[in-house]
Write a protein that binds this ligand. Sequence first.
Ligand SMILES: [Zn+2]
Ligand SMILES: [Zn+2]
Length: 280
Amino acid sequence: MRVRFCGVRGSTPAPGIEFVRYGGHTSCLALTHDDAHAPALVLDAGAGVRKVTGMLDGAPFTGTILLSHLHWDHVLGLPFFAAADRSDARLHVVLPEQDSGKDAESVLAGMMAPPYFPVGPTELRGEWTFATVAPGEHHIEGFTVLAREIPHKGGRTFGYRISDAHSTLTYMPDHCPTALGAGEHGFGEYHTAAIELAHDADLLVHDAQLLPEELAAEADFGHSVADYSVELARLAGARSVALFHHRYTRTDDELDALGRRLAGDTPNVTVAAEGTELAL
Ligand SMILES: [Zn+2]
Ligand SMILES: [Zn+2]
């Protein structure tokens, strides 16, 4: 599969000259099968989902958006996904089963409805359908998807392990492992669900919002220290890790420094940058 980073920020978009190299759009990845031209599966619909339209050469989107959770930075691009807001588009939106038992359309209508937003989720053009997904294995757009609940803060959050015939991508954009304990290095617990999701993956895309010195003050916000991402990849046997969900104040120069500090051969460490495409 090919993986395009369409948005790599956390919390809120980060426009500005200090952020141009890594990009300012919030979480979104586009996955394309090896033998296909257009992406079929999009992970999260942050502001970066606008970039997916540009990958389609004027064609409508036909595929699925799989949401890790419902926080603003992961859904705010949904109504601005132009390639899905047209009469010939087909978009299936899938989100974690909610503790409330509410159906997917009602959950999305909680943020897409006046007075918060002018139109509801069914008022865009094209054929939009909605569903929830439970933890476990699923088949979505030709990929095998394992969903597991992972600790975050405020709303049920899933990590996903996505495989095709020969490669595996693990996506855990928002993850608060300190919610389960300090773990061996004080960066959080390397818990069963995290290890299972990342086991032997070709690429782990993981929350790297915090630096070690920020953890004490920001532990309550629900995110990971970048160092945890690398150690999780190492323990799980993942071959490479992309540091992701960059704090919106983290400048290009600071992200360069983070990459230099954590660089290593096993696993290979990269700092996710908007526009990068990797073949797994
Ligand atoms: Zn987030
Ligand atoms: Zn979140």
